[in-house]
Unconditional design. Structure first.
Ligand SMILES: N[C@@H](CCC(=O)N[C@@H](CS)C(=O)NCC(=O)O)C(=O)O
Length: 235
């Protein structure tokens, strides 16, 4: 059994997509990031970056103690290796999936995240910051659109790279992007959106998604973090 520490955000959806694709048993433990659950000592013990998602695998392949994994990219790699799915075995295919997974982790995710922050949450409208991240998101969409020319999926066959990227394209309107200007990306997006496992994965978040958007209190908690707030929680 896999325990999934989760909240219905793009990084959380990546993991429910994988688990739904496989149809294996897993249990969700909600981590309400607006209420500060990510600072609870029992969560920090295995997710030391005070971020979700994280997993605990109670039946690791070596038969030993439960294994914990934090960071969504590391979780996808761990699960793909454990179940032998969505990550090719050959050196070239594996390299390509890893490239696009890292592209999402180091590029699309952080840039689109800053885009969300400065266009929707920042108390001041800062044109330089908004332009910077909206433009960088736009550039990354262009890279992805080019990559998808003549390909069904990012790395050829459906893989953990698609699972990592898709949830960060879902909020394309919030990111001020027009999918009609990226025809290959739009075709891929519609294919992904229609996958039954993707539909089921998003439905898994419904019990919590209906809660109000981030409150003022939640914003203070999420956007005012320093090393000190982290250290205090870990003590
Ligand atoms: N690089 C991390 C990022 C995870 C992340 O940023 N999670 C956010 C929600 S999408 C979170 O837990 N935020 C809590 C906070 O900011 O305190 C990953 O991919 O797992």
């Amino acid at each position: 059994m896999i325990d999934l520490y989760y909240w219905p955000t793009p990084n959380g959806h990546k993991i429910t997509i994988f688990l739904e694709e496989l149809g294996i048993d897993y249990k969700i433990f909600p981590v309400d990031i607006s209420a500060g659950d990510q600072f609870k000592p029992e969560f920090l013990a295995f997710s030391p970056n005070n971020r979700m998602p994280a997993i605990i695998d109670h039946a690791p392949t070596d038969g030993g103690e439960p294994i914990t994994v934090f960071e969504s990219g590391a979780i996808l790699l761990y699960l793909a290796e454990k179940y032998g799915q969505f990550l090719p075995n050959d050196v070239r295919g594996r390299k390509t999936v890893t490239e696009w997974l890292m592209w999402q982790m180091g590029g699309l995710g952080p840039m689109a995240g800053q885009n969300h922050h400065f266009t929707q949450y920042a108390p001041e409208k800062l044109p330089y910051a908004m332009d910077r991240y909206v433009n960088e998101t736009n550039r990354l969409y262009g890279v992805l659109n080019t990559r998808l020319e003549g390909r069904d999926f990012v790395a050829g066959d459906y893989s953990i790279a698609d699972m990592a990227i898709y949830p960060w394209i879902v909020p394309y309107e919030r990111q001020q992007q027009d999918l009609n200007t990226f025809p290959n990306l739009k075709r891929w997006f519609e294919t992904m959106e229609a996958r039954p496992a993707v539909v089921d994965a998003y439905a898994k978040g419904d019990p919590w998604r209906s809660q109000p958007a981030v409150t003022e209190e939640g914003k203070k908690l999420l956007f005012g973090q320093t090393a000190q707030s982290h250290t205090q929680a870990a003590e």
